[in-house]
Design a protein around this ligand. Structure first.
Ligand code: FAD
Length: 496
C-alpha cells in the first residue's frame, strides 16, 4: 500500500470541485484491498484520528476534503468483479470509475442509468452522495440501483447488507457485523420532503432498509468497499433533441405537458407514447456560456430544453412524429433546433450539456472566486413560484448568473458568478434567501450534490437542533468516536 506523508505529494487530495480551500492532512493512504482499509480504520479509531474517505473528488460540497487526520483514497479498489447478464446485476468495488463501468456494462448490452453529468466520479462516491442527474427523471437516483453493500466500519469490522433483508422497526435498526458484533441504531424521525430528488441528511422513514442508511451518508458512517448494482437491458436507441424557444412561457408549457405524458406512458407501460428519459433546461445566460464551447448555439432565443426518449426500430418514426407535434403545439423554434437518432450526435448533445458546468467553473476560477450554486428542489406544484423567485432576485442583484438543470424533476441549479468580494458576499446572502424560500415551499436544500462541508449550516436551518442531534445519535452507533468524514453534514460541536 502506498502511504503519502509529504504535503507536496498529496496536494490534489486536499481539493474537490467545491473550490473550498485550506484542506490539510497528516497522511494519505492508498490501500489496495479491504484488509488494508480495515487496518487503517481500526488504528485511526483506536487513536481517535479523523479519517476522510476520498473518491474521485468530483463532489461539489467539499465532502472529500480533509481538515486534519488521515485520507483513505479508494482509487485502487476499482475492479468490476462480476457482470451477470442473466440476472442483470454487477458487483463492483467502491473505487470503480463510473465511466469505465458504464462502458463495460454497455459492451455487454446492459445499461446502468445513474448519470451525474461528471463521469469521472467513482461508484462509491455516487452511493455516498446518492448521485443523480439528468436521466433520473425516468430512471431515478443511484439509490434505486443498489441491491447490496459491503461497508467497513470505523472499528475495522464489516457489514454485508442485502436489500430487502433487514428493516428498521419502531424507529430502530439492528445489524450484525460479519465479525459478530451487534449494532443497534435509532434512526432520525424527520419526514422526507415531497420532492422528486433528495439527498439531505440520513435516509429516514417508517421502515428503512439497512442498505438505504449508507446511501447518501456522505462518508460519515463507513467505507463503501463493494456494491451490487442492478442493471437494465440496454435501450435499442434514443431520440434526442435540443430545442430552442423564443418565449419561455411556451417552454414551460411544453415541459409540463411532456412531463405529464411521460408519467402516463410509464403508468400504462406504453412504449409508443412520449416518455422522456430527461428534460433539461437552459436559460438564456446558460446558452451564452455554452456558446463559448459551441459557437453554433442560437443567441436570439429565451431558453432551451434538452430531451431524450428511448426508441426501437418499430416505434421510432411514430415517436418522432409525436415529439414534433408536441413541440409545434408549444411554438418551439424547430427550424433552429437540433435532433438526432445517432449515437455520435447524441454524445455531442451530452457534451453540450456538460459544457455548461465546466464553462461556469472556468469562469469562477478566472475571477478567483467560489461558485455559489443552488441545488434545491421543491414540490412540483411550487416549481413555478420558485423559478419566479430565482429570476426576480437574481435580476435585482446585478450579479452574473445562469439557471439550468433538471426541470423534469422540478430541480434547477442557479449559479451565481461573483466577480469580486463584494459580489461574493451578496451572492452568499442571496443563497441564504433561496434556501429559506425552498424550505418555505416544502422543498429540500440539496436534491443531488449533498451537504458536505459547504452546506452544513443550511442543514441546521432545514432540520434544526433536534433532528441534527438525532442524526448524530445514529452516526455514533456506527462511529462512536466520530472519526469519519468530520465536518460533513454537521459541525464538530454536535459530535461532542
Ligand atoms: C461538472 C460537474 C457536474 C456534476 N453534476 C452532478 C449531477 O448532475 N448530479 C449529481 O448527483 N452530482 C453531480 N456532480 C457531483 C459529483 O460528481 C457527485 O457528487 C459524485 O457522486 C461524487 O463522486 P466522487 O467519487 O467524486 O466522490 P468524492 O467527491 O470523492 O466524495 C464525495 C463524498 O462521498 C464520500 N465517499 C467517496 N467515496 C466513498 C466510499 N467509497 N465510501 C464512503 N464514502 C465515500 C466522500 O467522503 C465525500 O463525502 C457534478 C460534479 C461536477 C464537477
Amino acid at each position: 500500500m502506498q502511504v503519502k506523508t509529504q504535503q507536496d505529494e498529496f496536494q490534489s487530495y486536499l481539493k474537490d470541485a467545491s473550490n473550498i480551500v485550506g484542506g490539510y492532512a497528516e497522511k494519505v493512504f492508498i490501500p489496495e484491498n479491504e484488509k488494508e482499509i480495515a487496518e487503517i480504520l481500526a488504528e485511526a479509531n483506536a487513536k481517535k484520528i479523523p479519517v476522510t474517505i476520498s473518491g474521485a473528488r468530483t463532489g461539489t460540497v467539499g465532502g472529500a476534503i480533509p481538515f486534519g487526520g488521515y485520507v483513505i483514497s479508494m482509487e485502487k479498489l476499482n475492479q468490476v468483479k462480476e457482470i451477470n447478464k442473466k440476472d442483470c446485476f454487477a458487483v463492483v468495488q467502491g473505487g470503480t470509475i463510473l465511466k469505465d463501468f458504464q462502458r463495460l456494462v454497455e459492451s455487454e448490452n446492459l445499461f446502468y442509468p445513474p448519470d451525474p453529468t461528471e463521469w469521472s466520479c467513482q461508484i462509491g462516491g455516487n452511493i455516498a452522495t446518492n448521485a443523480s442527474g439528468a436521466r433520473s427523471f425516468k430512471y431515478g437516483a443511484t439509490r434505486r440501483y443498489v441491491r447490496a453493500l459491503k461497508v467497513i466500519l470505523p472499528n475495522g469490522e464489516t457489514l454485508s447488507l442485502k436489500r430487502g433483508k433487514i428493516f428498521s422497526e419502531k424507529g430502530y435498526i439492528e445489524l450484525q457485523t460479519d465479525q459478530g458484533s451487534i449494532i443497534r441504531a435509532k434512526l432520525p424521525t424527520y419526514r422526507q420532503p415531497n420532492v422528486r430528488k433528495n439527498t439531505t441528511g440520513y435516509f429516514s422513514g417508517d421502515k428503512v432498509d439497512a442498505v438505504d442508511i449508507f446511501i447518501g451518508s456522505e462518508g460519515t458512517l463507513g467505507v463503501i468497499v463493494e456494491a451490487e448494482l442492478e442493471l437494465l437491458p440496454k435501450p435499442e436507441a434514443f431520440f434526442s433533441g435540443i430545442v430552442f424557444f423564443k418565449d419561455e412561457r411556451d417552454l414551460l408549457d411544453f415541459v409540463f405537458e411532456a412531463r405529464e405524458l411521460s408519467f402516463r406512458s410509464r403508468a400504462e407501460r406504453n412504449q409508443n407514447e412520449i416518455d422522456a428519459t430527461l428534460l433539461e433546461y437552459f436559460d438564456s445566460q446558460s446558452l451564452k456560456f455554452i456558446s463559448q464551447k459551441f459557437p453554433e448555439t442560437p443567441q436570439t432565443v429565451s431558453s432551451a430544453i434538452f430531451f431524450e426518449q428511448e426508441t426501437t426500430q418499430d416505434n421510432e418514426d411514430l415517436l418522432l412524429e409525436k415529439w414534433n407535434a408536441l413541440l409545434e403545439k408549444h411554438n418551439a423554434s424547430l427550424e433552429i433546433s437540433w435532433f438526432t437518432t445517432n449515437e455520435q450526435d447524441r454524445e455531442k448533445m451530452r457534451q453540450f450539456r456538460h459544457a455548461l458546468p465546466v464553462a461556469v467553473n472556468e469562469r469562477i476560477a478566472r475571477y478567483n472566486q467560489r461558485k455559489v450554486g443552488t441545488d434545491m428542489a421543491v414540490p412540483d406544484e411550487n416549481f413555478l413560484s420558485f423559478l419566479r423567485f430565482y429570476k426576480i432576485k437574481l435580476e435585482e442583484s446585478g450579479i452574473d448568473y445562469v439557471i439550468f438543470g433538471h426541470i423534469g424533476d422540478s430541480h434547477l441549479h442557479a449559479n451565481l458568478l461573483p466577480k469580486n468580494e463584494e459580489e461574493a458576499v451578496k451572492s452568499r446572502h442571496l443563497y441564504g434567501r433561496f434556501i429559506a424560500q425552498a424550505i418555505m415551499l416544502g422543498g429540500t436544500i440539496s436534491a443531488e450534490h449533498g451537504i458536505g462541508k459547504h452546506k452544513r449550516k443550511y442543514l441546521y436551518v432545514q432540520f434544526g437542533e433536534r433532528y441534527l442531534n438525532e442524526m448524530v445519535a445514529m452516526k455514533k452507533a456506527f462511529d462512536p468516536h466520530g472519526i469519519l468524514g468530520q465536518g460533513n453534514l454537521f459541525d464538530a460541536k454536535f459530535l461532542n
